[in-house]
Design a protein around this ligand. Structure first.
Ligand SMILES: [Mg+2]
Length: 296
């Protein structure tokens, strides 16, 4: 974690003029955003907790959310909130009451969730947002993407977060001009690999004048959940001639010293799911890529 960046939730960086991107990159590196580019422990994850509490009066602890995410199929935080409510309802002893609380419709839950997360109109002016999104520490700086570029690594983002939230962090917070990105609704949810493959293909064509497949630069993806790892595994099966690298990092809330045992379990899960390399932090990806590209 880049500790100096904590607490700069509302600070904006000026737009940078687009630089000439490198041609014929040695590799393509695509990033998940939540837990990799920004810490969402106090935003998306907190919105899950508060949304579940809104309907049930119960606040799930971080371990309950990690354990759900560890199943690999709850990448969408609205669905994850609804599933936590469903399970809570089943776990409550029948003797308590027949109907402890009613399960909401997804549409209603999305509105409650958005109230916590954006705290304003997601399609409106971000300056008016008053929700948890204003308190997302960044895990990298804009200069990090320049370093990748200088190392011959082209980059982009494949995220399950909503488009306004993705634009907010990449363009307003990091100051990246027109970053190649796929957000929620622009491709099927992970672990479906369609979004990853589409963006990698697009970048490869722009930069190398060719599509993915045998002889194309390797495509790496860095994520923080089992669903992210599975996305790469499925991309490999869909396109066996293409080289893929699956990198993973535990999310920031597991990097506290008192969480070491939990983090080790979490990392073991990522490895078991098929990650090629577990990183200590997002910025360690540059050194890891150098090693992997050198055949290490
Ligand atoms: Mg993530």
């Amino acid at each position: 974690m880049v500790s100096g960046l904590k607490g700069q939730g509302s600070k904006q960086l000026p737009y940078q003029p687009p630089r000439t991107p490198i041609l014929d990159p040695r590799a393509l590196l695509l990033f998940d955003i939540d837990g990799v580019i920004r810490d969402v422990g106090g935003s998306y994850r907190r919105a899950i907790v508060e949304t579940v509490h809104h309907y049930s009066g119960w606040r799930p602890d971080p371990a309950a959310i990690d354990s759900l995410k560890g199943e690999g199929c709850w990448n969408n935080d609205w669905e994850a909130s609804l599933e936590l409510l469903r399970r809570r309802r089943q776990e409550l002893p029948a003797s308590l009451a027949g109907e402890p609380f009613a399960l909401p419709e997804l549409e209603a839950l999305v509105a409650v969730f958005g109230g916590f997360y954006f705290g304003g109109d997601p399609e409106g002016d971000p300056a008016q947002w008053r929700g948890f999104i204003g308190a997302e520490p960044l895990l990298v700086e804009a200069a990090f993407f320049e370093q990748l570029e200088e190392a011959g690594i082209a980059w982009g983002f494949v995220s399950g977060a909503e488009p306004p939230s993705v634009r907010f962090v990449l363009e307003r917070r990091l100051g990246l001009a027109d970053p190649p990105a796929i957000a929620m609704g622009q491709a099927p949810d992970k672990p479906d690999p369609t979004g990853l493959l589409q963006l990698a293909e697009r970048i490869c064509r722009q930069r190398s004048g060719r599509g993915l497949g045998a002889g194309a630069p390797p495509v790496a993806y860095l994520g923080d959940t089992v669903a992210d790892v599975q996305t790469v595994q499925r991309a490999r099966r869909a396109l066996p001639q293409q080289a893929f690298l699956c990198l993973a990092v535990a999310p920031p809330h597991l990097h506290a010293p008192q969480r070491q045992a939990q983090r080790q379990r979490y990392e073991a899960q990522l490895q078991e799911a098929g990650a090629d390399r577990i990183l200590a932090c997002t910025t360690a990806v540059l050194a890891a890529m150098e090693e992997l590209l050198a055949g290490g």
